[in-house]
Design a protein around this ligand. Structure first.
Ligand code: FE2
Ligand code: FE2
Length: 480
């Protein structure tokens, strides 16, 4: 079967690497640099640990993964594409309805390469951002989930490097090298996008990152899965299967922190959510601090969608190399000749939706789809707060809050969406964004718990374990 995964090769794959010696040599030449990068920048202090990890062994919808104890440097990072649909056509833009491309069209080569490199750059970046978190894991269960996310982000880098090496010749090889050379947060060679140069200093940040920033990843992959360049589409479709787990980790991670705080407050009879000292004394994270951290991660993530009005995004859509979220389900001409889109803009001292040509508003639209996609998590978290009888509601801040890119860059906007002057913003931002005091408190709280079945004071146990294993399973066998 064409899509069977070949695990006898150094690089597991379902792309026929055994029959493509030139590509195989290129990837095998890249492999040692990847391992060096993983050893340098991957999970610090845990490369020898045996981790209960899933590895993708097929691209079928059911049973695509198998679980086993693996040392992370020995993880079988493979190249896996979702099955090819013979009849697939280009879903949008000026080539609408033409057969999907199996090779890179010359006129879109630079555009495609740039999209692939930008996507590829985010994958190793998040591993770098998360490399110290193993040390403060609140349980072995959580540690395992962190490492699962990390090895899969590594695989996503392989997925993009495969495309670069196979379809972009010498330029592709150069770009593949560059992906191993940039470093998150570096002054001279930073990662390409802002949010991927920020720190992920603690587990609340990690869960918010996987909830928000991995969800941006999901939206980008959904849009690239619509690409008329079929190998990119197939790559992204399979990555989305893995990405779902990353969002599960974020959603349930934040949810368990919220639930634990709500339970602890209820047990102690504390009703005022703003009495931070009393709540923190219980060894849990107070809701206003969670809200401030959420404000930060949400606003950083919105910047990843780029300028709301973008001619680059219009070009990519017109070319048929990047579509919209669930393009096929949208009821329009998929070319956007005359369509408009309601774009939120600052008008005077408020905000209004203004109809602009839909083709120019594609980034805004994807961002709006993202915001909708976040709603489920918040609803679940708030239900647990309400169930404990506490008067507090976590809310997404206004989309113009704390933005560095696009329509609202540098506008002084509060989380509730009020426009304020610079001085007011400066003097109030400590109410809206994490403070040094928040950070010190959380850092103090993050003490490791490496005993099977035990969970740190600030996080509730999960409702069930991973892959039929019990919650108190030894998900990570530590070498000491
Ligand atoms: Fe990824
Ligand atoms: Fe991810």
């Amino acid at each position: 079967m064409a899509d069977a995964v070949d695990y006898d090769q150094l690089i597991p794959n379902n792309v026929g690497l055994a029959d493509d010696p030139k590509l195989r040599r290129a990837l095998e030449a890249w492999h040692p640099g990847y391992i060096d990068w993983w050893m340098d920048m991957g999970p610090d202090g845990f490369q020898e640990a045996e981790v209960w990890l899933r590895t993708a062994v097929s691209v079928e919808k059911s049973g695509w993964a198998k679980f086993a104890f693996v040392r992370m440097p020995e993880y079988r990072w493979g190249i896996l594409l979702a099955p090819r649909h013979e009849e697939r056509t280009i879903p949008c833009g000026e080539h609408l309805g033409e057969p999907a491309w199996q090779e890179v069209p010359g006129e879109y080569r630079a555009l495609l390469r740039r999209l692939i490199v930008i996507q590829g750059d985010t994958e190793p970046a998040s591993v770098e951002q998360q490399r110290f978190l193993g040390r403060t894991a609140p349980s072995l269960y959580d540690m395992r989930n962190l490492f699962q996310v990390n090895v899969e982000e590594g695989r996503h880098l392989w997925a993009m490097v495969y495309l670069l090496q196979k379809y972009f010749g010498r330029d592709g090889r150069e770009e593949a090298k560059g992906l191993l050379e940039r470093r998150s947060g570096s002054d001279d060679r930073p990662r390409m996008l802002g949010a991927f140069n920020e720190e992920t200093p603690d587990w609340l940040s990690f869960f918010l990152f996987t909830f928000f920033t991995d969800r941006d990843g999901k939206m980008q992959l959904e849009a690239l899965a619509q690409s008329g360049f079929d190998p990119l589409s197939r790559t992204c479709r399979f990555m989305l299967a893995e990405e779902a787990h990353h969002m599960f980790v974020g959603d349930t991670g934040v949810g368990r922190i919220v639930r634990r705080t709500a339970e602890a407050m209820k047990e102690a009879g504390i009703e005022d959510p703003y009495d931070a000292d009393a709540v923190r004394a219980l060894g849990v994270i107070d809701f206003p601090t969670i809200q401030r951290k959420m404000n930060l991660h949400f606003s950083l993530t919105l910047d990843l969608f780029g300028s709301e009005q973008s001619t680059n995004a219009a070009t990519a859509f017109n070319a048929g190399v990047k579509g919209r979220f669930r393009e096929a389900d949208i009821d329009d001409d998929h070319q956007l000749h005359d369509n408009t889109y309601p774009l939120l803009e600052q008008v005077g001292d408020g905000f209004e939706k203004v109809e602009i040509p839909a083709l120019k508003a594609l980034n805004a639209r994807l961002r709006d789809d993202f915001v909708d996609d976040c709603a489920g998590g918040l609803r679940r978290w708030n239900r647990d707060i309400a169930a404990a009888g506490i008067a507090f509601e976590l809310k997404l801040p206004h989309i113009a809050f704390n933005r560095q890119i696009g329509e609202f860059a540098d506008a002084g906007v509060t989380p509730k969406g009020a426009i304020v002057d610079g001085a007011t913003w400066e003097s109030s931002s400590a109410d809206w964004l994490p403070t040094p005091d928040d950070r010190a408190f959380i850092e103090d709280l993050m003490q490791p718990l490496h005993e099977p079945g035990k969970f740190a004071s600030w996080i509730a146990p999960p409702r069930k374990g991973i892959a039929q294993k019990p919650i108190d399973y030894e998900y990570v066998r530590l070498p000491y």
